[in-house]
Design a protein around this ligand. Structure first.
Ligand code: AMP
Length: 218
């Protein structure tokens, strides 16, 4: 049975970083709606979508679901499972995902990365992402080998437009209002991980959860 793993947590809790490492280690496909939207924005940097994302608001559910369904249809190998990072973010999205999971005959597991607002702000303020491949770095905790350049593809590192302190607070508020209800929604499929430690320590705990889930599958 295909495993669909959802990383849930406030902006800055490390969903992308942890999901990326897990996807590489377990050979699972990673689907980050935030990365997909940022990629789409490169072709339309001043459009409606760009305004929504840079303001820290949520993209309308219909648009998100259209993107997720299209990506699932076109994107490759799901035999080892799928990791969603940044999706679902509303109950409506979760209901739609339930239907997708049913059609795929898959199983959902949720990892909730728990982190307080103060620490999230500190983390996000230091975040830099690659303008091409979306690899995430952090000043001063995870520096690239050459300043301002991605180790992976050599492109420039940038700050996200929605990573200012004001936007982080807005996104935190949006999370509490629209996404936090998913913790109750998924209560029977959810494990909590303390995301306040350094990424390697968080990873060790996330990895343990993934191994336990994989054993449950067999
Ligand atoms: P992220 O990289 O996950 O922090 O997402 C960046 C931004 O993309 C969010 O602040 C939203 O504007 C948009 N976004 C990403 N995923 C979703 C989603 N599942 N639902 C609505 N908006 C989303």
């Amino acid at each position: 049975m295909t495993l669909i793993c959802i990383f849930l947590g406030v902006p800055g809790s490390g969903k992308g970083t942890q999901a990326n490492r897990i996807s590489k280690q377990f050979g699972m496909a990673q689907l980050s709606t935030g990365d997909l939207f940022r990629e789409a924005l490169k072709n339309d940097p001043n459009g409606k979508l760009a305004k929504i994302v840079s303001a820290g608001d949520l993209v309308p559910d219909e648009m998100v679901l259209e993107l997720v369904k299209r990506t699932l249809k076109s994107k490759g190998d799901y035999s080892k499972g799928i990791i969603f990072d940044g999706f679902p973010r509303t109950i409506k999205q979760a209901d739609a995902l339930k239907e997708i999971v049913r059609e795929m005959g898959a199983k959902i597991q949720v990892i909730l990365l728990e982190l307080g607002l103060e620490k999230a702000i500190r983390r996000i303020s230091g975040r830099r992402i690659c303008s091409q491949c979306a690899m995430v770095y952090h000043l001063p905790n995870h520096l690239p080998k050459e300043e301002g350049i991605c180790d992976h593809c050599g492109a420039d590192l940038i700050s996200r437009a929605d990573d200012t302190e004001e936007k982080i607070k807005k996104r935190h508020h949006v999370y509490l209002e629209s996404t936090l209800p998913l913790v109750g929604y998924y209560k029977n499929h959810l494990v909590r991980v303390d995301a306040s430690q350094v990424p390697d320590d968080v990873y060790r705990n996330v990895e343990k959860c993934m191994k336990a889930m994989a054993n449950d599958q067999t």
